[in-house]
Design a protein around this ligand. Structure first.
Ligand SMILES: [Zn+2]
Length: 362
């Protein structure tokens, strides 16, 4: 029942933000906003309001407006917002609350209003400022409202502006905000992805092995494993000849690469949904790929082998296969989920595309 509420989301009045006024820092009338101006990106393209496509277009517009007003690149707003969105989705993958907001950045009350502010729901920019709170008015209504997207993004911009413009300055500003290394790493990864591709939609996929080649896999979620004690099997084993190409299943950033005593030569890719894709037991890596690199669906990561279950270099203790796992970051811990249904879906998608291409050629 959450969906209908999204159609009544508050109209965002942010069309006439003036950078000079915003950056003047004076609380009163710092922002000129035009009321009743819908964000132009939310147009009726036959896609229902509240759909992913429309939400992304409206969000991108909002980041770009705030970027023009503050000088902070749009992809940094996008990265913080996306990080909070993936963390907020923890309960069964659904949004935590019905919200009229476009963005997901949730600033805790004591941070917004100031830790010693007796009014933890304070929306007055002056008293929030007096108590050292984070909240600012970015929408020009003389209120600093933690439920207003423009106020939240502008407040975040004011925080970022204290540190400087380089990627490194940004990382420090994010660390100072979250005091959490994982959060800082995620935001940096997302920022890099958005900057590189220049768009919010990074939802492409690929099967990890070339479809149409020789391989076999089945759902092996949670079955016992022969080595390493009582751990359950967190992933799917794809059996295929030694040396078969291993491909990235997603758009992402290489987060880990190297030896792990269970996984052998393994590589880990972080995608924009905050999922970690883990490829283990490789024979070797595509040599151009390093930590921090950006990969695209179908890009070669390495080759199938039988490395692992011992000290670096151990191999041949089991038949060659790709072990593929997906973990979701929930802010404090990461949880594995069964990749089998996604593998089936990606494989079918590629087969359909192949058949279509074949048909078009003949
Ligand atoms: Zn496995």
């Amino acid at each position: 029942m959450l969906a209908p509420f999204r159609n009544y989301r508050k109209v965002i009045t942010l069309s006439c933000l003036s950078a000079a006024l915003l950056l003047s820092g004076s609380g009163e009338a710092a922002v000129a906003a035009t009321r009743g101006h819908n964000l132009p990106a939310v147009k009726s393209s036959g896609v229902p309001a509240g759909s992913k496509v429309n939400d992304e277009a409206a969000r991108k517009e909002l980041y770009e407006q705030m970027s023009a007003a503050t000088g902070i690149p749009w992809f940094r707003f996008a990265a913080i917002d996306q990080y909070e969105r993936t963390i907020a989705k923890k309960k069964g993958g659904t949004e935590v609350s019905a919200s009229s907001r476009l963005t997901s950045i949730a600033i805790p009350a004591p941070v917004w209003s100031g830790p010693l502010n007796p009014d933890q729901a304070d929306k007055s920019p002056d008293s929030i400022s007096f108590f050292g709170g984070f909240g600012q008015d970015g929408s020009g209504d003389d209120l600093a409202d933690p439920a207003n997207d423009a106020d939240v993004l502008y407040s975040m911009a004011r925080h970022l502006l204290n540190y400087g413009n380089s990627a490194n300055d940004f990382n420090i500003a994010i660390w100072e905000y979250y005091h959490n290394g994982r959060a800082a790493q995620r935001v940096a990864q997302f920022s890099k992805l958005y900057e590189h591709f220049g768009r919010l939609d990074l939802s492409g996929s690929a099967f990890p092995l070339p479809v149409g080649t020789m391989y076999a896999y089945r759902s092996t979620w949670g079955t016992g494993r022969s080595w390493g004690g009582a751990r359950i099997h967190e992933g799917t084993d794809l059996f295929t000849p030694h040396g078969m190409t291993v491909r990235s299943t997603c758009f992402g950033v290489v987060e880990t690469k190297g030896w792990n005593r269970f996984g052998g030569w393994r590589i880990g890719i972080r995608d924009i949904e905050n999922r970690y894709h883990y490829y283990a037991h490789l024979a070797g890596y595509e040599k151009s790929i390093s930590r921090g690199d950006i990969v695209t669906p179908g890009q070669t990561l390495g080759w199938v082998g039988s490395s692992g279950y011992g000290k670096p270099g151990t191999q041949g203790k089991f038949p060659p296969h790709l072990h593929y796992g997906i973990y979701r970051d929930r802010g404090i811990t990461e949880w594995a989920f069964d990749p089998y249904p996604l593998l089936k879906q990606w494989e079918n998608q590629e087969y359909r595309t192949l058949r279509k291409n074949k048909k078009n050629k003949s």
